[in-house]
Design a protein around this ligand. Sequence first.
Ligand SMILES: N[C@@H](CCC(=O)N[C@@H](CS)C(=O)NCC(=O)O)C(=O)O
Length: 228
Amino acid sequence: MAATVPPAPAPSPAAPLPLERAERIRLFWHPLSGHCHRVQLMLSLLGRPSELVEVDVLAGENRAPSFLARNPLGQVPVIEDGGLTLADSNAILVYLALTYDPARRWLPADAASAAAVQAWLSLAAGPLVQGPSTARLVRLLGLPGDYEQAVATAENLLAHLDRHLEDRTFLVGGGATIADVALYAYVALAPEGGVPLEPYPAVRAWLARIEDLPRFVPMRRTPAAVAA
Ligand SMILES: N[C@@H](CCC(=O)N[C@@H](CS)C(=O)NCC(=O)O)C(=O)O
């Protein structure tokens, strides 16, 4: 009689890292940065107490060894949550949603929705930065960049967004997700870069819906932005 081979044990899911979490998450931030605002907004929407630590990027504080130890790329935002130091706004949104929203409202667990959220995060790291964000940096701060190209990229993105939002409340599914949070600031700030939002009614209605969410926090207005 052939010996029965016991079935191989099912692979156990990777155990989560035991992270010590902070009472108050520290956010290293700059008031003009939409990347930072998306994290500040997410923390507020999740009701997480946080402490803002301003890094004067315009004065080069992001190149200080103490900051480079937190993010070797020298960019804000960075968060510290207990034992964890994490850079990159979209990565931080994913972390916050997975850690502090067990209901998975902000980052849906089903594969198709999670992939759709990721596609918007990719747009937020690509054309949103190359378009409205770059146009704003060139116009508001006089930073180098191809302004005409940035405006063209912004208009393409806004037209795409407007078509997508024509018959939707939020970008993915029926409720707000981290995709909406990731795109909000630089779309809302597009006029500061000389890109008006009047031609995009569905986008403007979507911005208003985000601003109506409980615990929404606006971006701090700076004198330079008010004058733009
Ligand atoms: N991929 C990064 C980009 C962050 C970023 O570009 N941060 C800018 C401020 S908006 C910055 O720190 N710039 C300073 C530098 O690059 O030297 C993210 O999503 O967090």
